[in-house]
Ligand binder design. Structure first.
Ligand SMILES: *Cc1c(COP(=O)(O)O)cnc(C)c1O
Length: 432
């Protein structure tokens, strides 16, 4: 569900007309709905209410501080993957003690910073990393809380670029080796074996892979938990969202009218997994990113040109792959709707950006109402892995971001100026 809807022929986010935001802030523009963020967080949080649990939002999906603050105020912890992200948690008013630190390449400086701020756990991806964390902690006269990331070798059945839980991936420690790793880790003086972790992939729309992975590791977890006195198990993130409604009808509030093609709800997720996790008697951590923020954001763009070549109708817009790379990177689908609804026949259209790459497209042969220069379009479900993957390719500034809360709206990231883009560069003195 989300809080974007039409009122009359106008697209709204909560009680704010998108058109008014475009007039005020220009395009390309990311718009986030605070009520949607809140709703998604609470649905998941409440589905686990029978367990001691903590939801650590995977902030790599969207690390705008206003988004993070919304979640921190609801009690969220954070899954961070760099010192930069941990510093952002602190800047946004989040609690480092509710943070888990993931990633295969943690540097000494990052480990030191995280230890200094008392993070909840390092999710460890290799033995050399364990040795490094132990050494840094020894130097700081601390004990570092860690969980080993188990790779359960379960195929999440999702896109190759977002599958992480098989032995083909760089992530985690092979299931068969985990027991030995814990045994060696238990001899490291400055390591506190606080728990165990897994994360099998992203955009899972079926509960089965989660079920298989939890079933596979549960006996091992149970054995290790009593041996080493674990406090928690993290079952990672990866809950998928609806990108493509069942019918290409222009319907954006799909949950009201059509059965979504495939949907993994918090209740299905919890009904399946809670009974499997409960007997472990551990605190359960979740690391959802996309589920919380994916459908809570849209990217608004303006039509620059409509161009017909051969049999194709190209709608050239002012947003590009530097603003939203998902279609180019993951072949992903984003529903595209006009900001001012239009009737009439639908024309198969390619929606493309101005960047000099054939990969710079948002949709191919998509039936769209007839649009013309100056019309605005919204790319839905752009809240996760959208703005955060923005770049300056083609010397284009990063898009502005707005948060909507009821009737209120606020700029939560200003548009990057062109000077901002090249201010880190300098010419060598021999050119002067
Ligand atoms: C990316 C990531 C997540 C979040 O994945 P989503 O699909 O956005 O929920 C959680 N945990 C880890 C370790 C990750 O790398």
């Amino acid at each position: 569900m989300h809080d974007f809807h039409y009122s009359g022929s106008e697209l709204f986010c909560e009680a704010v007309a998108i058109r008014s935001l475009v007039e005020k802030y220009g395009t390309p523009l990311y718009v986030y709905s605070q009520s949607t963020l809140t709703d998604h967080f609470q649905k998941l949080d409440r589905s686990l209410s029978t367990l001691d649990h903590m939801v650590c939002y995977a902030m790599k999906a969207n690390s705008n501080q206003a988004v993070m603050r919304t979640l921190a105020d609801l009690g969220a912890g954070f899954d961070v993957v760099s010192e930069g992200e941990l510093r952002r948690v602190i800047a946004a008013g989040g609690d480092p003690r509710k943070c888990v630190f993931a990633g295969v390449g943690k540097t000494e400086a990052e480990i030191e910073f995280a230890l200094k701020h008392g993070i909840y756990s390092f999710n460890v991806e290799s033995e050399p990393e364990l040795a490094r964390i132990n050494a840094v902690a020894a130097r700081m006269k601390k004990r570092a809380p860690v969980a080993v990331r188990v790779n359960p070798n379960v195929d999440a059945g999702t896109h190759a670029k977002i599958t992480t839980g098989t032995y083909e991936n760089k992530f985690g420690i092979a299931y068969e080796k985990v027991e030995g790793v814990y045994s060696r880790a238990s001899k490291l003086k400055n390591i506190n074996l606080r728990g165990i972790q897994m994360h099998i992939g992203s955009q899972l729309t079926d509960v089965k892979p989660f079920e298989r992975a939890v079933a596979k590791i549960a006996p091992l977890v149970s054995k290790l938990a009593s041996r080493y006195g674990f406090e928690f198990i993290s079952i990672g993130g990866g809950i998928g969202i609806v990108y493509e409604p069942a019918l290409e009808s222009g319907e954006i509030n799909w949950w009201k009218t059509t059965a979504a093609r495939k949907i993994l709800t918090p209740s299905v997720y919890a009904t399946t997994l809670v009974p499997m996790l409960q007997p472990l008697g551990l605190r359960v951590l979740l690391e959802p990113g996309r589920f919380i923020v994916g459908n809570a954001g849209i990217l608004v763009t303006r039509v620059e040109y409509v161009k017909r070549t051969g049999r194709k109708n190209f709608v050239i817009v002012d947003a590009a792959m530097n603003d939203l790379i998902r279609p180019a990177f993951y072949d992903s689908y984003h529903q595209i709707v006009p900001v001012a609804a239009k009737g009439g026949a639908r024309i198969p259209s390619d929606v493309v950006g101005p960047i000099c790459e054939s990969g710079d497209y948002f949709a191919k042969d998509r039936p769209l109402p007839k649009v013309g220069e100056g019309d605005c379009l919204a790319l839905l479900s752009a809240g996760a892995y959208g703005s955060v993957m923005g770049s300056n390719y083609n010397t284009r500034g990063l898009a502005a971001e707005v948060l909507v809360h009821g009737k209120q709206s606020a700029l939560v990231r200003r548009r990057q100026s062109l000077d901002d883009i090249w201010k880190l560069e300098s010419l060598p003195e021999w050119f002067r």
